[in-house]
Design a protein around this ligand. Structure first.
Ligand code: 13P
Length: 251
């Protein structure tokens, strides 16, 4: 069975002090949790400090992005090996904000994915349609293209560690959550695409997270859906109590 994963994406928020205070508050709250994975993806400069603060606890740390080369003259970039050496276990790849503001394409998502796997990080590949695309009836086409492009060259043996995050762009930071039924419909279809790519055994092991305005009030109904294996939480992961409520979803 798939172990649920509740991941917080802090985006570009918090000072170093605020990150430390969060850990002091959050770690004791969740020290008993064993039946679900907990992940925080802070700004990259806090990874090492947070990894140390969360050591020995169930809280794992991830990056928000990773470069596709292992080392070299690439000013400003950070490799998977570097992230791993600072205590990261996961990395987000292809978040819609990176696609929208930083020219991320399915091809660069794929390069980052291969580098993450090479460097021993668990990748969380983000996909999702814009409002315009949904209204034009293109949701499945868009997500299909993102999955096939982003996952190119991956074999069944490596696939089951990869996490997919479905984040409809119109639900991010807007307070508009997809209904559990809308999310389940896309998640089930994503699993069908994954089955076609990697076979039923690998696809049934792969976790598919939902993201977009997830809150304590909406998580239980989302997690009750059979193909929703966790959440990628933005705003509500910045506060220890609200993130704890989300990861203590019922069902
Ligand atoms: P919000 O939860 O703030 O809508 O952000 C979702 C998101 O983009 C997580 O990666």
């Amino acid at each position: 069975m798939r172990k649920p994963l509740i991941a917080g994406n802090w985006k570009m928020f918090k000072s170093l002090d605020e990150a430390g205070s969060f850990a002091e508050d959050f770690v004791p709250r969740v020290s008993d949790v064993t039946d679900r994975d907990i992940l925080i993806c802070p700004p990259v400069v806090y990874i090492q400090a947070l990894a140390q603060a969360c050591e020995g606890s169930p809280v794992m740390i991830g990056a928000q992005n990773v470069f596709w080369e292992d080392q070299g003259a690439y000013t400003g970039e950070i490799s998977a090996g570097m992230l791993k050496s600072c205590g990261a276990d996961y990395t987000l790849i292809g978040h819609s904000e990176r696609r929208q503001y930083f020219g991320e394409t399915d091809e660069t998502v794929n390069k980052r994915l291969l580098a993450a796997l090479r460097g021993g990080l668990i990748p969380i590949v983000c996909v999702g349609e814009t409002l315009e695309e949904r209204e034009a009836g293109k949701t499945f086409d868009v997500v299909d293209t993102q999955l096939r492009g982003g996952l190119a060259g991956i074999g069944a043996a490596e696939a089951d560690t990869i996490v997919i995050a479905y984040e409809p762009v119109w639900a991010i930071g807007t307070g508009k959550t997809a209904t559990p039924q809308m999310a389940q419909e896309v998640h089930a279809w994503i699993r069908t695409v994954l089955t076609g790519l990697f076979g039923a055994a690998a696809a049934s092991e792969m976790r598919i997270l939902y993201g977009g305005s997830v809150k304590g009030e909406t998580i239980d109904a989302l997690m009750a859906q059979s193909d929703i294996d966790g959440a990628l939480v933005g705003g509500a992961s910045l506060d220890a109590a609200s993130f704890e409520r989300i990861l203590r979803f019922k069902g």
